[in-house]
Ligand binder design. Structure first.
Ligand code: FES
Length: 104
């Protein structure tokens, strides 16, 4: 069984409008709190590298502000072409601290 490898990402109090863009292990990541859950997605669109920081969230679908491609923040899959994916990372909030599982 693989060991979990949680990395401290941010404090929940640092989120603004339920979001925070961070850089962790060389990756640009956007933290998004939705209801009581936290999600961590690659903050770089696979189309032309725009950041999602100000992208509109409809349900679980995050829209790229540049050309409106939409991705499910749970899976990273593009809504109209699931074979196209953003990287997503397991994330959790523990006592007000946000952690991400970055893998190896
Ligand atoms: S850069 Fe995201 S849709 Fe074009």
């Amino acid at each position: 069984m693989e060991e979990e490898n949680w990395t401290l990402a941010a404090q929940e109090s640092e989120l603004k409008d339920d979001r925070k863009a961070i850089s962790l292990n060389g990756q640009n990541i956007l933290l998004i709190r939705k209801d009581d859950e936290i999600f961590a997605v690659e903050n770089r669109c696979i189309h032309m590298n725009c950041k999602f920081t100000r992208g509109e969230l409809n349900g679980y679908n995050l829209k790229c502000p540049c050309h409106d491609w939409e991705f499910d923040i749970r899976s990273g899959e593009m809504t109209v072409a699931s074979e196209l994916k953003l990287a997503v990372y397991p994330a959790k909030i523990d006592s007000g601290t946000i952690y991400i599982e970055m893998g190896d």
